[in-house]
Design a protein around this ligand. Sequence first.
Ligand code: ADP
Ligand code: ASP
Ligand code: MG
Length: 417
Amino acid sequence: MSGTVVMKFGGTSVADAVRIKRAAARIVAKREAGFRVVAVLSARGKETDRLIADAFEVSPAPHPREMDMLLSTGERVSCALAAMAIHDMGHKVMSLTGSQAGIVTDTSHTKARILEVNPSLRIFKALDEGNIVLVAGFQGVSTAKDVTTLGRGGSDTTAVALAAAIDADVCEIYTDVAGVFNADPRIVPLARKLDVVSFDEMLEMSASGAGVLQLRSVEYARNHGVRIHCRSSFDDSEGTVVLSEADTTQTPVITAVTHSTGEARVSLIGLPNTPGIAGRVTTALADANVGVDMIIQNEPATTDTQAEVSFTVTREDMHTAVGALHPIAMEFGTELVTDETMGKVSIVGAGMKFHPGVAAKVFGTLGDAGINIHMISTSPIRISCVVPGDDVPDAVRALHAAFDLSAPATPSEATPA
Ligand code: ADP
Ligand code: ASP
Ligand code: MG
């Protein structure tokens, strides 16, 4: 036996019968090459979107527990169908739900976190008996014994968590693009595929909208030392390997441009300028399980003046955020203003911390393109600008061109690590 591999197939890669059979053939080929194989499948095509729409047809605020019962079905369908196809190819195979696979999560329905994975529950035995094991992605069972789901894109995290638990050699993420690119290839056709990317950069990229790998999957892989290889499900080309910083040989100034369009901005206008207020605002949001991205507080120019706090959340979380802040707004007579049409464009690069002038170039480029920047946030290796949602594609293309990201990397673009 050569070793153990986890293979994850995304929604497009199992969208119809032909693609399920193709994924099945790929899984079988890996098994025939001598590997123990655990494959994680996503729901077919847009099935998760359809299930969400179904829920909202019967309820304006679907009960989170029942939402998870519903959403978890999509990936089960894919697994059962792929298992049938693999049986017909003459191989032993067993499909498992997330719960059967031993994936235990917290109780945050629709965005649960994996707490532990118990492969000795079923997976090891099934592998030892010669089975290919298929696991329904994006789901687990909570400590309260309810079915949970892991948030959009969560099958990536299922795959990485299983790879860590069974000590797989590699976690292969098969998707509809050839790997991780230096911009979303749907927006920038000349985007370049990255052969390797560091965990630090991939974390910033996923956090700022590069949905090709779910943020939590990258975090999990870094924390557990899992090797991720993100690659095309349509051909055999090498994709992108996510590596630890110590293993990367180059530190480009700018590695990628990322974006997201589903941003909402919430502003609290007229808050008391006293200690503890920012803490109360963020605690209210945390208690409602709303993840906040950018936060800006304006210090009033003179004493007596009231403070203003703005932050961004995903569009889906906006109503929850407003509901959570309502008591504070009532208490202080604060105005709550929302804008659901925002987007965000970011540049990420581990080398930017050594190169002054990157921010000036970003803001200048967006200014030249006539794009208004509403909010700015930075980390040592990322600069993000909140811009009007409609301007996002132009902003991405302008930055990709300004930083010469279409051309192949040259030594002058890269500095040794
Ligand atoms: P899957 O269904 O396989 O999980 P996703 O739709 O979640 O696939 O992720 C793949 C998509 O991510 C691509 O089709 C691409 O449009 C998008 N994407 C966004 N940013 C990037 C990027 N930097 N590199 C590659 N793909 C990206
Ligand atoms: N099916 C889920 C989604 O569409 C999970 C995934 O595909 O990773 O978000
Ligand atoms: Mg995905």
